[in-house]
Ligand binder design. Structure first.
Ligand code: BTN
Length: 270
């Protein structure tokens, strides 16, 4: 099992460089989100990256993010793009697009499952099956007398075997190794992920969120699909038509109205 190496991860992004120009690799942290927040508050530059070999309190959208030491990618970026609170969901969309694109460049058919999953999708007897490869978490950091900034955390399952993954029947986790049948070079995975983050963060910086949304739509495994969803406890059926930069899904309910679904109130049941 190879360790993460500074020279193999940072400074390898070509073109105007924001993400990964500066960063650090740490052996063990509570969560890279905690360290990235600290670095942001201490004045770390835009695009500063924190990578860890291990997290003792890794966070996911619905609880803990588990990854045995040295087997995955656990990475956070400080993003100082000024965004209003109502616009911040674009950061999650950016993160999922960059992570799915990185997975694709590494030879696996990475897709996005709303709101923040990176998945491998397949069709089995006409039903969509998704296996979760990774996830994205974004937090807005508000400081007195300074514009709000963001931390974007990405977790990817890279070299776990089935035995290393949490038993989670509902979310059926997988890893890049399981999907390809051989180990991946985590330094290369990190480097390519940083290149993709850099590319998509430039699009956001150049005020082209539409480019991120267009790629998100292409990578989504659910667009134009009929799904079941639980919204405020009520089950509804319908078709996903699109996404807004606010992160809300545009949803056509069967025999009903078109509506927007927020991840605060909605769970997709597939
Ligand atoms: C999810 O799918 O629930 C989101 C998972 C996000 C995990 C990453 S790992 C790096 C960063 N640090 C954390 O504690 N969480 C994110």
């Amino acid at each position: 099992m190879e360790a993460l190496v500074r020279e193999r991860i940072f400074g390898s992004v070509h073109g105007p460089l924001l993400v990964g120009r500066e960063g650090e690799i740490l052996p063990s942290v509570t969560s890279t989100m905690d360290v990235a927040r600290e670095r942001l508050l201490a004045g770390a530059p835009d695009g500063y990256v924190v990578v860890a070999e291990n997290q003792t309190e890794g966070r996911g959208r619905e609880g803990a993010w588990e990854c045995p030491p040295g087997m995955g990618v656990l990475l956070d970026v400080v993003l100082r793009v000024p965004l209003a609170a109502s616009e911040q969901k674009i950061i999650v969309l950016l993160g999922t697009v960059a992570a799915a694109e990185a997975v694709r460049r590494l030879g696996l058919p990475g897709r996005i499952k709303w709101p923040n999953d990176v998945v491998i999708a397949s069709e089995e007897s006409g039903r969509l099956k998704v296996r979760k490869l990774g996830g994205v978490l974004a937090e807005r950091v508000v400081r007195k007398n300074a514009p709000a900034a963001h931390i974007l955390g990405i977790g990817l399952n890279v070299n776990q075997t089935e035995a290393d993954l949490p038993a989670d029947a509902a979310r059926t986790p997988t890893s890049m190794r399981i999907e390809r049948g051989e180990e991946f070079d985590r330094n290369r995975v990190c480097r390519i992920l940083l290149q993709e983050l850099n590319f998509w963060y430039h699009r956001l910086r150049m005020e082209q969120p539409e480019r991120i949304l267009a790629r998100w739509r292409r990578l989504s495994c659910l667009l134009q699909r009929r799904v079941r969803a639980r919204v405020d406890g009520k089950i509804i059926n319908g078709t996903i038509l699109g996404i807004r930069s606010s992160g809300e899904l545009i949803f056509q309910e069967d025999g009903g109205a078109r509506r927007l679904l927020s991840d605060r109130t909605t769970e997709l049941l597939l």
